[in-house]
Design a protein around this ligand. Sequence first.
Ligand code: FES
Length: 102
Amino acid sequence: MGDLVEVAKVGELESGQGKFIDVDGKEIALFNCEGQYYAVDNECSHVGGPLCEGEIDGTTVTCPWHGAEFDLKSGEAIAPPAEECINTYKVHIDGDLIKIEI
Ligand code: FES
């Protein structure tokens, strides 16, 4: 298991909202999808759009720059122009703290 890093409090994010997190220079986007939390690379694999600002639909995020879509569970690119997947990070809920595994 990797290191657990505290990144937010439960209730800090509304459903459908994303949060930008910087963990030692690693840029990650955390999302609340109807009470389930997902963490992925913040940089879109197309040309680096900020996924934390993307729209959420179910467990899909749409890149705000050119509309690529990623599955937040697998990191898979499911709509162009992105072709490469992004990294996903395991999220742990510990009391009212949200931690991710790096
Ligand atoms: S940077 Fe994300 S779709 Fe282009």
